[in-house]
Design a protein around this ligand. Sequence first.
Ligand code: OSB
Ligand code: MG
Length: 367
Amino acid sequence: MRIDRVDIIHVKNPFVHPFETSFVRFVERDALLIKIYSEGLTGYGECKAFHAPLYNSEDNGTCLYILKNFLVPSILHQDIEGPAEFMAKVSFIVGNRLAKASIENALWDLKAQREQKSLKALWGGVYEEVKVGVSLGIEPTIPALLNKIEKYLAEGYHRTKLKIKPGKDLAVLKEVRRHYPDITLTVDANSDYTLADIELFKAMDEFNLAYIEQPLAEDDIIDHAVLQKAITTPICLDESIVSVDAARKAIALNSCKVINIKSSRCGGVGEAIKIHDLCREHNIPVWCGGMTELGIGRVQNISLASLPNFTLAHDIAASSRYFAEDITVPVVTTTGRCTLLVPDESNSICYQVDEKAIDRMLVGREV
Ligand code: OSB
Ligand code: MG
């Protein structure tokens, strides 16, 4: 496909409620969108970086720099076969996976349109519906958190994940379990602990958590292996799994029993599918992680989550979990059966990008 033009669109969409993680309190989604024009079609990708390098080493500023200086020039006014050829072409660039994935995702959108296939069909999806979970931020008080849990259970979320940080962990869990002894519950530490906290994680075993997500450092699968040996609760790695090679090593070391796949974090859907396949061979269940994305990213995540080994509930909530307004028509909505419908030829679900909504959220555009 000939690439005629690439726009980088900067938008901001306020959150309906602040979302606090161990690393920052988010009040809005500040994001770069990629729009690629090719032979009369337009493909969209969403860059999953944030305003600052807090989740990993990239942010919107570094992504914009890499996009403008390296990634866009590698495809603009050229003939390119598709996402895989693009990834091979930019493999000389070390890291910068969130930036690479934003273009890769837009090329998948174009490929799907050219071949008149759904992303689900292109990627080998099998499920018609995928399970929704909710990721709840750190709240100022335990009653405030209990209110949030109640709200999302009532909305039909299948799994509740609580963000934790040192000082906001065991006491919170104890109260939540006292009120909700039977819900499917997990915690996400976003790397905020070390092996010095091993006793704290041993104490978590009594809360019957489905898993503990990324307790230790991004680059430390050795310490995660030590911790996994010391506790019965499964560890789920998020930040650490930046590639299929990282997944292979984590599995070999028994650093985790579950993996959260984010196509952005590992440089694109091509790599995400390789991780999915590897985990399937090793009986490691996976689920699709989220980056509080807007609709473009949300819809692509739903399609990825339809692959067979995505058996646990995903961090792909309805648009309304974060936003009053989203950038797809329709916006993402749950079914009422703790699931989301996967867009496909076989059903009538089809999402269009809402250009007018993008214009309302617009900060700037680079053509
Ligand atoms: O670690 O999974 C994470 C949000 C921002 C950055 C990292 C993470 C998260 C979430 C929210 O947990 C997931 C979502 O609902 O999109
Ligand atoms: Mg996480």
